[in-house]
Design a protein around this ligand. Structure first.
Ligand code: MN
Length: 234
């Protein structure tokens, strides 16, 4: 029997009701790509982060709320949204460890921001207030509808996977990468210059600011999960 790679997914927190949650689109994306989705609820015990990693072959950092700017040395600005510090601390510890262990990582939306902050980079807390000339990055259309374009840098992993130098993506973020973290490089920009994808040096580390799990109807978005599962099986 062929073994199915276990793909760990971090969860969102409904802090006020004391619930863990994750949209099913992430599970469908992993399953369709041939992986077994395994949920990783946040824990305050960083040793458990290591124990989680022993059980999985690859990691998906999922979307969610804002990062606490304390993690990149800033005070909160008026445009900052809801933060869940438990989730931030857990995910930063988890992704640092996964990176060190060479586990493949796919980071989505908030996940891209977590990855960047874990690598010592920082964020715009709110594009509308801090980035002149920004496009509408919190789209009003359905999640499954791509609303803006991104330019993919030739030579990037994203370019090799999709075979395209531009893509249409959905957009559901009001924060974005400002300074890129150590060991990461930009793989795609929106037409306003906002960073839309990052990649790591060395092992498979791909981070996108959009939500490919809601765009599974498109080959060039499905392929990101397929590439992760393939890297997990190696
Ligand atoms: Mn965007």
């Amino acid at each position: 029997m062929v073994s199915i790679p276990c793909i760990g997914l971090v969860c969102d927190e409904d802090f006020y009701r004391g619930r863990v949650r994750l949209r099913r689109a992430y599970l469908a994306a992993v399953e369709q790509a041939g992986g077994l989705p395994v949920l990783l609820p946040a824990t305050t015990d960083t040793e458990l982060a290591g124990a989680y990693l022993d059980k999985i072959e690859a990691l998906v950092l999922t979307g969610g709320g804002d990062l606490d700017p304390a993690f990149f040395g800033e005070e909160p600005l008026p445009g900052l949204g809801e933060v869940v510090p438990l989730r931030d601390a857990f995910e930063i510890a988890l992704v640092k460890l996964a990176w060190r262990q060479g586990k493949p990582i796919l980071a989505i939306c908030r996940g891209l921001q977590v990855l960047n902050v874990a690598a010592g980079g920082d964020l715009y807390q709110d594009l509308e207030r801090q980035y002149a000339g920004a496009l509408q990055h919190v789209q009003k259309g359905p999640r499954s509808y791509p609303t803006h374009e991104v330019k993919i840098l030739p030579g990037s992993l994203l370019f090799r996977l999709t075979g395209k130098d531009n893509l249409r993506v959905n957009s559901l973020h009001h924060q974005a990468v400002r300074r890129v973290g150590v060991g990461l490089k930009v793989a795609a920009y929106a037409s306003d210059g906002v960073i839309e994808a990052l990649e790591g040096e060395g092992n498979f580390i791909l981070a996108v600011q959009w939500h490919p799990e809601d765009l599974l109807a498109f080959r060039e978005h499905r392929i990101l999960f397929e590439a992760l599962v393939k890297a997990a099986g190696r």
